[in-house]
Write a protein that binds this ligand. Structure first.
Ligand code: NDP
Length: 320
């Protein structure tokens, strides 16, 4: 069954803060953007509860409500928002080819990639049960809710170290659960952790179960992987900081990535190594990973796409 190929000026892949902000700017610039939401419309923020650090919401907002606002604003200016996932791409020639849901082919003059990243979790059923109710993968987003309380954080990389010191400023006590007898984090970060009095590092330790009262987290059961000895720690918050996976599998071999799969962009822009393809949000940012920084880079991607198209139209060099 052959289908007519649809051509669009600006295709946006992904519907987190980066994608929606790109859509708002692209629609207002009359690029008639078409957005494919992916399988999780709204992205990572739909997994969180309160968001208190996004400017413009003085009373806070829930992640799902905020993403609903983003969607409405993108639609208000005419973004064509479609539920579907991009299953493959071919960026080897212009216009770019994108296959949606494995059946529909779209050609696009510009593509804005905002597919985000996914926080890694331990994979315990109890961790999933209390996700958003004491279990979090973002200390900067959720640490505030545990002010004055005791929390645990899993991980031993730079993120875990940074988040542990962030939490230590807010919380009474932070247990840091490290699975080996050493950190992966840089020496400077480890130094900061070890010199923070209310962080207790517990080495050779793995999480067996997140404990709760049916509603929220009340503790965590850990086991020493050398001795097999188990202990329960009384904590109200359980933070997972074992890394993120950028959602870039479909771009392998097509776009330049770093060794962990994050898309490479020209510093200070959203320009990738392929003409007309721009990347914004967490998919190209392993460092800041905030809704507001993702939104900012979504704006940049739409401006980069608009300028690229304008330059092409006027026969000027099309690359930034
Ligand atoms: P990393 O991959 O560097 O570290 C992940 C950590 O999680 C490792 O210590 C790993 O343990 C641990 N881990 C993985 N799986 C499990 C598990 N199932 N149970 C317990 N522990 C587990 O990820 P990060 O997010 O920390 O960092 C990503 C990148 O971003 C790095 O390059 C980092 O340097 C960089 N970054 C830099 C910052 C800065 O410079 N300020 C801040 C934040 C990140 P193990 O060591 O045993 O493998």
């Amino acid at each position: 069954m052959s289908e007519e190929i649809e051509h669009v000026e600006c295709l946006i892949i992904g519907s987190g803060p980066a994608g929606y902000t790109a859509a708002i700017y692209a629609a207002r610039a009359d690029l008639k953007p078409v957005m494919y939401t992916g399988m999780e419309p709204g992205g990572q923020l739909t997994q969180t509860t309160e968001v208190d650090n996004f400017p413009g919401y003085p009373a806070g907002v829930t992640g799902p409500d905020m993403m609903e606002d983003f969607r409405k604003q993108a639609e208000r200016f005419g973004t064509d928002i479609r539920f579907g996932y991009v299953s493959s791409v071919d960026f080897s020639s212009l216009p770019h080819k994108v296959v949606v849901d494995e059946i529909k082919t779209i050609t696009a003059d510009t593509v804005i990639i905002s597919t985000g990243a996914t926080a890694k979790y331990l994979g315990l059923p109890s961790e999933q049960k209390y996700s958003g109710f004491g279990v979090s993968a973002c200390a900067v987003c959720d640490g505030f809710f545990f002010k004055g309380q005791d929390v645990a954080i899993v991980g031993a990389g730079d993120t875990a170290a940074e988040e542990a010191t962030y939490l230590a400023k807010l919380c009474k006590k932070v247990y840091m659960l490290v699975r080996r007898d050493e950190f992966r984090a840089s020496k400077a970060m480890v130094h900061r952790v070890l010199n923070t009095p209310n962080i207790e590092v517990i080495y050779n330790t793995e999480t067996k179960e997140v404990l709760g009262d049916g509603k929220t987290v009340t503790g965590v059961r850990v086991v020493n992987n050398e001795t097999g000895v188990e202990q329960d720690l009384d904590v109200q918050g359980f933070f997972v900081a074992i890394g993120h996976k950028p959602n870039t599998d479909i771009f392998k071999g097509q776009l330049d990535m770093d060794e962990t799969g994050y898309l490479k962009t020209v510093p200070g822009s959203t320009v990738t190594n392929v003409e007309g393809v721009f990347a914004s949000g967490d998919v190209q940012d392993s460092y800041y990973r905030q809704a507001i920084t993702a939104a900012g880079s979504g704006c940049m991607a739409a401006l980069d796409a608009e300028r690229y198209l304008a330059a092409k139209e006027h026969g000027v060099s099309a690359t930034a």
